[in-house]
Design a protein around this ligand. Structure first.
Ligand code: C2E
Ligand code: MG
Ligand code: MG
Length: 526
């Protein structure tokens, strides 16, 4: 091997090209022949006894030195080969964009770490994180800025973990990153490192002239407390990450014991969901929306429930997000649309009630090619005029989908269907998109309504949304109204449309008719 001390003087040869190496070889052979000829012909011309000896010495030295040169050249070529192999291996282990390790390499590290930790009775933590709302940034600012953001995140992660020496940082998916923390390197514990990572990623970014704010959510799984199997640890860190997201993002969570139960429950629910949709375990409840000026019901919001055979009645939040994950949200939405239109059609035809019914639409259904068709079929089958149907969409829907997918909103508006922005104020929507599409109303999110009497910030937000709706020629509906004081405040800022437990909880279809009858209601025009 050329790395030995003996050959260190020849290291420079390693930089030569094959042609240069051949030239060195030929040149040194030529020099040797010239030295030998010169010595024989000039120095030993008259001394035949020494000449025979010199010839033997030259021949031996020649064979030896040529052998040495050939050996050096072969060693150089082998060293080069090894170096290029190592380079190729290194490149294959790296992510092209961030130069961090890629998923494949990380899986390999994880397997090795499990083996090592088993042998040395060590513990380690697997941190799995992803950026909050990366898709929105990517769609809004373009892929170039998205790429710059990922590179910067990679740099910050490396910087945060680099001082710890042996931590392995990898990009394991689009906006997903993983860090492997060895216990010996993490005396302060994974939670401190996790918080440091989140703080560093939450710092503002300046990318190609764009000021960008983002944050990350992070899940932690521990070896061997959570699992002693590499891929299982990854799954657990992923579950912990989802938990962190549900807790409001920009936070971290451990995969803990109590979660195992929750995960089992999630799997259990996910498995039963398709059966629930197809076997009639779902039903709708309807929460009235009121015009508090005239104290009359202007419509109802359909909210889905699951009458689970073993767990009883489940609220929307315990299974709608699961339906999204399990790819069942479209089937669920189609079912809700049909059931809501059928019910409203019945009220309209049979009880003569002029009730508008609202259906919640998850962002992911906006990309579905059959959306318009499904709405038309539901209206047709239910015998409901299109202007008695409202779709409640969130601001996220406006952000996620490209303009073409949202053109459907324009066509639905032309059909006479109302669209309202639900949970307004909790997401990001541009004034341009609010103006561009014809939204009938903004629903002030219940998180602002809750403290509207006690928090001047929430009061200011509610007042601003009212003002904004007025300027944009839309209505505003306050949701989650639970008290007289909230109602009074909202009335004082000219918000007359309200919904909440104060007026009515979500009701069964038969209770809606009774509720409306109690209030004294609008009949459909004859
Ligand atoms: P949302 O559309 O904002 O619905 C309002 C939620 O607030 C409902 O919860 C309702 O029961 C609750 N609520 C109403 N008044 C009050 C109040 O005064 N105080 C409080 N604290 N809460 C109140 P629910 O039914 O559990 O639904 C939660 C979310 O699940 C809904 O939020 C909606 O985003 C989603 N969801 C419900 N049904 C469906 C559905 O059929 N399809 C889809 N895609 N999502 C649905
Ligand atoms: Mg809603
Ligand atoms: Mg809402």
């Amino acid at each position: 091997m050329i790395s030995g001390r003996l050959f260190r003087p020849f290291q420079w040869l390693g930089k030569l090209t094959p042609a240069a190496i051949t030239s060195v070889y030929l040149f040194s052979s030529l020099c040797w022949i010239l030295i030998a000829t010169f010595t024989m012909d000039r120095l030993l011309a008259g001394r035949p006894e020494l000449r025979a000896l010199a010839e033997t010495v030259f021949e031996l030295l020649g064979v030896f030195s040529m052998g040495l040169i050939v050996y050096i050249l072969i060693s150089i070529s082998q060293a080069r080969h090894r170096a290029s192999e190592a380079r190729i291996r290194e490149q294959a282990a790296r992510d092209g964009l961030t130069t961090l390790f890629n998923r494949q390499a990380f899986d390999e590290f994880l397997l090795q770490s499990v083996e090592y930790a088993k042998r040395h009775r060590e513990t380690f933590a697997l941190l799995f994180l992803d950026l909050d709302r990366f898709k929105v940034i990517n769609d809004r600012r373009g892929h170039f800025v998205g790429d710059l953001l990922l590179q910067e995140v990679g740099r910050r992660l490396t910087e945060t973990c680099a001082r710890r020496g042996e931590d392995v940082v990898a990009r394991v998916g689009g906006d997903e990153f993983a860090v492997l923390l060895r216990q010996s390197e993490a005396p302060e514990g994974p939670s401190v490192v996790a918080q440091r990572i989140l703080d560093s990623l939450a710092e503002p970014y300046m990318l190609d002239g764009n000021a960008i704010n983002t944050s990350a959510s992070l899940g932690i799984a521990l070896y061997p407390a959570d699992s002693d199997e590499a891929m299982q640890l990854f799954k657990m860190a992923d579950i912990a990450l989802n938990q962190a997201k549900q807790q409001g993002r920009s936070t971290f969570c451990f995969y803990g014991g109590e979660w195992r139960e929750e995960r089992d429950q999630r799997l259990y629910l996910e498995q039963g969901l398709l059966r629930a949709i197809t076997h009639g375990e779902l039903f709708l409840v309807y929460q009235p929306k009121l015009d508090t000026g005239a104290m009359r019901v202007i419509g109802v919001e359909a909210l889905v429930r699951w009458n689970h055979p073993h767990l009883g009645v489940l609220g929307a939040l315990s299974f709608v997000p699961l339906a999204e994950k399990a790819g069942l949200i479209w089937t669920l939405t189609e079912w809700v649309l049909k059931a809501a239109c059928r019910q409203a059609g019945e009220w309209y035809r049979d009880a003569g009630l002029d009730i508008n019914v609202a259906v919640n639409m998850s962002p992911s259904v906006f990309g579905h090619p059959d959306l318009e068709q499904a709405i038309q079929t539901a209206l047709h089958d239910g015998g409901l005029p299109p202007d008695r149907l409202t779709l409640e969409i969130t601001e996220e829907s406006l952000m996620i989908y490209e303009a073409e997918s949202l053109e459907v909103l324009e066509r639905l508006h032309r059909m006479g269907i109302n669209v309202q922005i639900d949970d307004f104020g909790t997401g990001y929507s541009s004034l341009a998109s609010l103006k561009h599409y014809h939204f009938q109303a903004l629903k002030i999110d219940k998180s602002f309504v809750r403290d509207v009497v006690t928090s001047s910030d929430d009061a200011a937000i509610a007042t601003t949304i009212m003002f904004m709706a007025k300027c944009l020629d839309m209505e505003a509906i306050a949701e989650g109204v639970e008290s007289e004081a909230q109602k009074e405040f909202l009335a004082s800022i000219d918000c007359r449309f309200m919904q909440g437990y104060y007026f009515a909880r979500p009701l069964a279809a038969s209770e809606v008719t009774a509720y409306i009858a109690r209030l004294g209601v609008q009949k459909k025009p004859d």
